[in-house]
Structures are given as structure tokens and as C-alpha cells.
Design a protein around this ligand. Structure first.
Ligand code: ZN
Length: 227
């Protein structure tokens, strides 16, 4: 396994590191982002912990390629705000359109070059979806018709079997969101694109734990790690 560090939007004030982790064997490509919204701390911590474990060889990518962006919007993270503009509305909305921010522009350019099989975006949201289906907390969001739906359902069922309190169960939500990284990767690149949302009124350690487990299950589904 090899890890290399790179920068997105290196020539701008938005620059942020990303990591390319290559397994020994060839295989699929996965893009994993966190911190598109700077106040969604559990997703950023989970991505950070994954990076530390990869660096210490406690977590091994055996095949394929993982592109990890732990804190996409650095400025918003330092202020602990969602970020303005909302970067999850700045990705290209059609194959002719361009991204309207340097960060989403460079990430999407990288994605076009790498043609990822998977695109995973870690977030947090309000509410518990099992109590109120309108809420996005504790969901995996996928575009309608996406190839990622069966994998998302498998992951949710595995996860829920270990969550005793059913009000905290995860649900799969089908949603189209113009300008989001997920919808751009799903519709324009035909990647298996999933947004992960934990409920941020739950304790931080719990949320990080959920995020980390979902990432592990997703990397298993993508065959980057052995299950
Ligand atoms: Zn978010």
C-alpha cells in the first residue's frame, strides 16, 4: 500500500490536501470526501481517523485506489460553519456545465480523470429519519436509479442489526440534488455515489463510530479491503 499527498485548488486560498492510497493489487477507484460542510464534525473526524490508521498501517487498502479528502472546505471547518457558498451546490449540473467554485471544480476534474467506481461523501444532518422520514439524520442518500442502491440497503441492514435503539436506525433515501457532489458523480460519471448522514444531536463519539463503520462497509462493498 502506498500513500501520497496532494493538494486541491493549490493556487487558491481554498487549497486543501487530499491523499491517494494505492493497494498492491489493481481494483476499483473510490473517492471519499468529508468536510464539504465545515460544521459536520463527526464526518471530518472519521475521515481523519481513517487517514491516521492508513498511515500507521492499522488499516490496509489491499486493491484499487482510494482518494481521501478529509477536510474539503478548510475555511468553513476552521470557523465551524456550513460554508458560504454551500459547496454542495457548486458541482456541475450537467455535462456541459462547469463547477462554480475552484474546490468543487478541481475535485470534479480529478473525478473525471479517474472515473471513480464509487463516490462517497460524508455529512451530518438534523433529526432521526426512522422517526421522521422527512429528516436526513441517520440516512444513506442515493440518486434515484443509482447502481449503489443494493449496496446501500445491505449496509443499512448490517448496521441496524447492531443498533438496539430502533429510533437511531439508518434508512436509505433516494434523492436528486442539483449541484451536489453525489448527484454530479452519479449522473455525469455514473459512479456509485452515496451521501452518508449521521444525526448530529447524538453524542460525537457515537456519530464518529457510525461514520467509520459505514466507511468500512462501503470499502468492503467496493472491494478495496477484505471483509
Ligand atoms: Zn452536509
Amino acid at each position: 500500500m502506498k500513500i501520497s499527498e496532494h493538494l486541491l485548488a493549490s493556487h487558491t486560498r481554498y487549497k486543501t490536501p487530499y491523499y491517494m492510497v494505492k493497494g498492491k493489487k489493481p481494483g476499483p477507484t473510490v473517492i471519499l470526501t468529508a468536510g464539504v460542510h465545515g460544521n459536520e464534525i463527526a464526518s471530518i473526524r472519521a475521515a481523519d481517523q481513517l487517514l491516521s490508521k492508513l498511515r500507521q498501517r492499522e488499516f490496509l487498502i489491499t486493491r484499487g485506489k482510494l482518494i481521501l479528502v478529509p477536510i474539503f472546505n478548510q475555511a468553513a471547518y476552521h470557523k465551524r460553519i456550513r460554508g458560504r457558498p454551500d459547496l454542495n451546490r457548486t458541482f456541475p449540473k450537467s455535462s456541459e456545465a462547469k463547477a462554480v467554485h475552484p474546490l468543487s471544480g478541481e475535485l470534479f476534474e480529478l473525478a473525471v480523470k479517474l472515473q471513480p467506481d464509487w463516490y462517497i461523501d460524508l455529512h451530518e444532518a438534523n433529526g432521526l429519519s426512522s422517526i421522521n422520514p422527512k429528516r436526513l439524520g441517520q440516512t444513506l442518500i442515493i440518486n434515484p436509479g443509482s447502481k449503489a442502491i443494493p449496496a446501500a440497503r445491505r449496509i443499512v441492514s448490517k448496521l441496524n442489526s447492531s443498533i438496539i435503539d430502533s429510533t437511531k436506525h439508518f434508512t436509505v433515501r433516494l434523492k436528486h440534488k442539483e449541484g451536489s457532489g453525489r448527484t454530479a458523480a452519479s449522473r455525469l460519471l455514473h459512479a456509485k455515489a452515496i451521501t452518508v448522514e449521521t444525526c448530529w444531536s447524538l453524542p460525537l463519539t457515537k456519530r464518529i463510530h457510525y461514520q467509520s463503520r459505514i466507511v468500512q462497509y462501503l470499502l468492503e462493498e467496493a472491494h478495496l479491503i477484505d471483509s
